[in-house]
Design a protein around this ligand. Structure first.
Ligand code: IPE
Ligand code: MG
Length: 234
C-alpha cells in the first residue's frame, strides 16, 4: 500500500493526513475481497525498514493502527473475517501488542476472509526467524539437517497455514517488491499501478484481477505441458 505521502504532499497536507486517508481504501479492499470470495488477503502496512522514518511519522502510523483496531475489529468479526498480524510484534508497544492479541483471539475461529496485516514485517526477517527455529530444533536433536526441505521451511514462515499468494499488487508507481513475502511470492503474478494508495478502490482491484486472469501461469512447465498450447518455461 504505497503512495500515502505523495498523495498528501500533492494536496499540501501532512504525510500523517495521507496515512489517515489510506484507511478508507483498506476498508473497501477488505469488503470487496470478502464479497468476491477471496480466501486470503495480506496487506503490507509497515515494513521492518519503516522504523527508520521520522519519529513523528512512525508515531502517527502506530496511532492509526491502534485506532483502526479499536474501531474496526467488531465489524470484521461480524463479517466472519479472521484477522492476524504478521511481523516482528516485539517492536510494537505493549498496548498495541495486547490489542492485536485480543483481536486475533476474537476472530480466530472465523471462517471467512483470512486477513493478514503485515506490521513491522520484512520478508528477510521472516526467513531468518524460520531459520532460527529450525536451527534450534536441529541443535536440540529433534530435527535432522538433512530432513529440512522446502515444506519444513515454509511451515515456519508467518503464512505457514495459507497457500502462496496468486496475485501481488503494488500501488504508487514503483516496480519493486521491497522485502514483502519473499518466499511466498515466488510464483505470484505481479501487478503494479501508478494509482496512489489513498485512491485505490474496487475499480483498480478489478483491473488487477482482470489482468491476473489474462496471464498464463506455467509454474516452470512449458505451455504445451500446461495444455495451453504456447511455449516457454517461465
Ligand atoms: C504508505 O505510503 C506506506 C507506509 C509505509 C505506511 P508512503 O508513506 O510510503 O507514501 P509515499 O511513498 O511517501 O508516497
Ligand atoms: Mg512509499
Amino acid at each position: 500500500m504505497d503512495g500515502n505521502g505523495r498523495w498528501a504532499e500533492a494536496r499540501g497536507e501532512t504525510r500523517a493526513a495521507g496515512h489517515r486517508a489510506g484507511i478508507e481504501p483498506v476498508r473497501r479492499v477488505i469488503r470487496e475481497c470478502a464479497r468476491l470470495g477471496v480466501q486470503a488477503l495480506t496487506l503490507f502496512a509497515f515494513s521492518s525498514e519503516n522504523w527508520r522514518r521520522p519519529e513523528t511519522e512512525v508515531a502517527a502510523l502506530m496511532g492509526l493502527f491502534m485506532e483502526a483496531l479499536d474501531r474496526e475489529v467488531e465489524e470484521l468479526h461480524a463479517n466472519g473475517v479472521r484477522l492476524r498480524v504478521i511481523g516482528n510484534r516485539r517492536r510494537l508497544s505493549v498496548r498495541l501488542q495486547q490489542r492485536i492479541a485480543e483481536a486475533e483471539a476474537l476472530t480466530a475461529s472465523n471462517g471467512g476472509l483470512c486477513l493478514q496485516v503485515a506490521v513491522s514485517y520484512g520478508g528477510r526477517w521472516d526467513l531468518v526467524e524460520a531459520a532460527r527455529r529450525l536451527a534450534a530444533r536441529a541443535a536440540s536433536g529433534a530435527l535432522q539437517p538433512s530432513a529440512i526441505d522446502e515444506a519444513t521451511l515454509a511451515a515456519e514462515l508467518q503464512l505457514a497455514d495459507l497457500p502462496d499468494p496468486d496475485l501481488f499488487i503494488r500501488t504508487g508507481g514503483d516496480h519493486r517488491v521491497s522485502n514483502f513475502l519473499l518466499w511466498n511470492i515466488a510464483y505470484a503474478e505481479l501487478f503494479f499501478t501508478d494509482v496512489l494508495w489513498p485512491q485505490f478502490d474496487e475499480t483498480v482491484l478489478a483491473e488487477a484481477i482482470a489482468d491476473f486472469a489474462s496471464r498464463e501461469r506455467r509454474f516452470g512447465l512449458t505451455g504445451q505441458q500446461r495444455g495451453t498450447g504456447s511455449e516457454g518455461a517461465s
